[in-house]
Write a protein that binds this ligand. Structure first.
Ligand code: UFG
Length: 327
């Protein structure tokens, strides 16, 4: 059995990773504190309840499962919250990751796949965002992730910890088999909130800002299907296990959609009206985040299969109607 320690394996992206790892012949060992994750989402391997702020709990997981690699998803990840509670973000994300990284080195587990974000880039006017773009985050969430990237680089130099860093653009969609999906409480992300508004679970979707410098005034994001994103993680894991060097990869499709365009596409896919309200800007939001890199395709052989907007909304809609977790 080849174990991979998956922090945040009970969360949206981590649970899809566990499914893909199991399908690829690995045993995903979920390490999660269940603050935002769901026990019901842990279906593909063992589950360890533990907190990254508790080093002894991490050490115990390494000792028991002897993983060949870590996939580190666990994090607080809401841009808006990070602006009002920066201390929480720095402590949880950075201190928690430092504990994990030190524990990995102590256990001689030297392969580390890290979930970073395009929020580390910040606002760049008319600049193609590739992996060499200077990272100037404008919110505490992005800043915390950039700090973890720096820690990983230092630990490679000092301790030989090999890493693959993925900078995600906006993740959407759900497992087409309906085994796992996106389920946050409270929900803050555009696509699930919009689906809630469509089927009456909330009054309306509020558009955060209609006065951005974009063609229709709303923010532009690059959406990628969670299953495609995870395909890249399995490729990244094998990259490290094959002895290839540490590397950073953007994970986006290179196509931007404004908030209004996402709403329009949802109307078409679900054939239902989307009740909307126009609201003020959300602090911390960048105007436009679209990947300008083809590195993951060129070097990892990553080929997104489900990342059209219609497919992502249709998979999310199916999950929205049939899937949820109780605990
Ligand atoms: N939005 C609305 N109304 C809502 C929710 C979101 O208009 O009710 C807008 C946001 O302002 C933004 C876009 O929809 O322009 C996407 O917002 P999300 O909250 O869905 O996603 P974010 O772009 O804020 O952040 C997400 C993840 C981060 C990740 C980032 C990369 O939460 O972890 O994508 O851009 F880093």
């Amino acid at each position: 059995m080849v174990n991979v320690l998956v922090t945040g394996g009970a969360g949206y992206i981590g649970s899809h990773a566990c499914k893909a790892l199991a399908a690829a012949g690995f045993t995903p060992v979920t390490f999660d504190n269940f603050v935002t994750g769901w026990r019901d989402a842990v279906k593909f391997g063992p589950m360890v309840e533990g907190d990254l702020l508790n080093r002894a709990e991490i050490d115990a997981a390494f000792a028991e499962y002897k993983p060949v690699a870590v996939m580190h998803f666990a994090a607080l990840s809401q841009v808006g919250d990070s602006m009002t509670q920066p201390g929480l973000y720095w402590r949880n994300n950075v201190q928690g990751s430092l504990n994990l990284i030190e524990a990995a080195v102590a256990a001689n587990c030297k392969n580390f796949v890290f979930s970073s974000t395009c929020a580390t880039y910040g606002d760049h006017d008319n600049v193609v965002l590739d992996e060499d773009t200077v990272q100037l985050p404008i919110n505490a969430y992005g800043a915390s992730k950039r700090a973890i990237e720096d820690i990983l680089r230092d630990f490679e130099v000092a301790h030989g910890l090999k890493n693959v860093i993925f900078r995600y653009f906006n993740v959407a969609g759900a497992d087409p088999d309906g085994e796992v999906g996106e389920f946050h409480q409270p929900e803050t992300h555009l696509v699930p909130l919009m689906l809630d508004a469509i089927d009456g679970k909330r009054d309306a979707l509020t558009i955060f800002g209609t006065d951005y410098d974009t063609p229709d005034g709303t923010c532009i994001r690059d959406y990628v299907h969670v299953c495609d994103l995870i395909d890249a993680h399995v490729l990244g894991l094998n990259w490290l296990l094959d002895g290839k060097p540490s590397r950073v990869f953007n994970l986006g499709t290179g196509t931007g959609f404004s908030v209004r365009e996402v709403i329009d596409r949802s109307r078409e896919v679900t054939n239902r009206a989307v009740p909307i309200k126009e609201g003020v800007r959300r602090p911390g939001d960048c105007t436009k985040l679209v990947s300008g890199s083809t590195r993951a395709a060129a070097e990892l052989g990553w080929a997104p299969k489900r990342s059209t907007m219609s497919q992502m909304i249709s998979d999310a809609w199916r999950w929205h109607q049939t899937g949820h977790y109780n605990s």
